[in-house]
Design a protein around this ligand. Structure first.
Ligand code: LHQ
Length: 257
């Protein structure tokens, strides 16, 4: 069904693999369309309770395919029609999305990883804000997420100098949750994704929705949003199950409902 990605649901986890390994999984229009579609479909599919996004071959994603940019292209239009809807489809998906950064992430490949809720890196992974090396500015949400994750000063340094940083450096910066050796990378990602897929999915979705708004609202506004979110969470089956399990001194079996 897809040409540029692989998609498979297993044990509540949707695995999405960017699949243009010869180009280090660089973006072409079809790939933007397919990633956007798979995320929108995941939002509607109750079987999906967590998403993993990774790359085939030795790279995570090298950003825009530079051999597929017709001369005279309006980059603003390319961003508005291809990249931005893709980033929004991840941000608006009220389920946890994990970037399994298996190798290099460059340019909009970094942006894609930043838009995910968690990043797990292989020890072979690296991150490079490659935009500046071709005279461009970080895009696809990069200037939104990067300072929120690493702070303003570090974001400036990474974006302007464009130096490649290793998985370990990324971990020190708080850019990644975990670094795993190549031997255990896949199983580490799988265990993490499966753990998330067993959790109260609605509550995770609400946490994601309101954390995404957190830096743009006042305390009073957030107090109200929290009250609204808690009303919804408090009416979920998972809340009932959580309390019941607590009282019965057993592990809860959350359904995501
Ligand atoms: C590639 C690419 C690639 C094509 C590796 N394209 N072939 C938005 C709006 C509109 C337009 C512009 O862009 C944007 C957003 C952006 O993403 S701008 C930033 C675009 N990305 C880059 O500038 C990164 C370019 N790539 C690199 O800097 C390096 O390839 C990295 C650091 C990713 C990996 O380096 P190496 O591990 O040394 O691999 P390599 O450079 O040897 O690449 C392997 C092959 O992949 C090679 O092809 P070849 O036929 O020689 O084996 C590369 O040409 C190809 N490739 N990235 N983005």
């Amino acid at each position: 069904m897809y040409e540029t990605i692989l998609a498979e649901v297993k044990n509540g986890v949707l695995w999405v693999t960017l699949n243009r390994p010869d180009k280090l999984n660089a973006f072409i229009e079809q790939m933007h369309k397919e990633v956007t579609k798979v995320m929108k479909d995941a939002a509607k599919n109750p079987e999906v309770r967590a998403v993993v996004l990774t790359g085939a071959g030795r790279a995570f994603c090298s950003g825009q395919d530079l051999s597929d940019v017709p001369e005279g292209s309006d980059f603003g239009d390319i961003l508005r029609t291809r990249y931005n809807p893709m980033i929004q489809s991840i941000a608006n998906l009220e389920k946890p999305v994990i970037a399994a950064v298996n190798g290099v992430a460059a340019g909009a490949g970094v942006s894609l990883a930043l838009a995910c809720d968690f990043r797990i890196a292989s020890e072979k992974a690296s991150f490079v804000e490659a935009f500046i090396h071709i005279g461009l500015v970080p895009d696809s949400g990069n200037l939104y997420y990067l300072p929120r994750i690493v702070g303003h000063a570090k974001a400036m340094e990474l974006a302007v100098l464009g130096e490649k940083i290793s998985a370990e450096e990324a971990k020190e910066l708080g850019l990644v949750t975990k670094v795993a050796s190549t031997e255990v990378f896949e199983e580490t990602v799988e265990a993490f994704a499966y753990r998330l897929a067993q959790m109260p999915t609605k509550a995770i979705g609400l946490i994601k929705r309101y954390l995404n708004q957190s830096f743009d609202v006042t305390l009073d506004e957030m107090l109200e949003k929290e009250a609204y979110a808690q009303k919804i969470a408090g009416e979920s089956e998972d809340f009932k199950e959580g309390v019941q399990a607590f009282l019965e001194k057993r592990k809860p079996a959350f359904s995501g409902k």
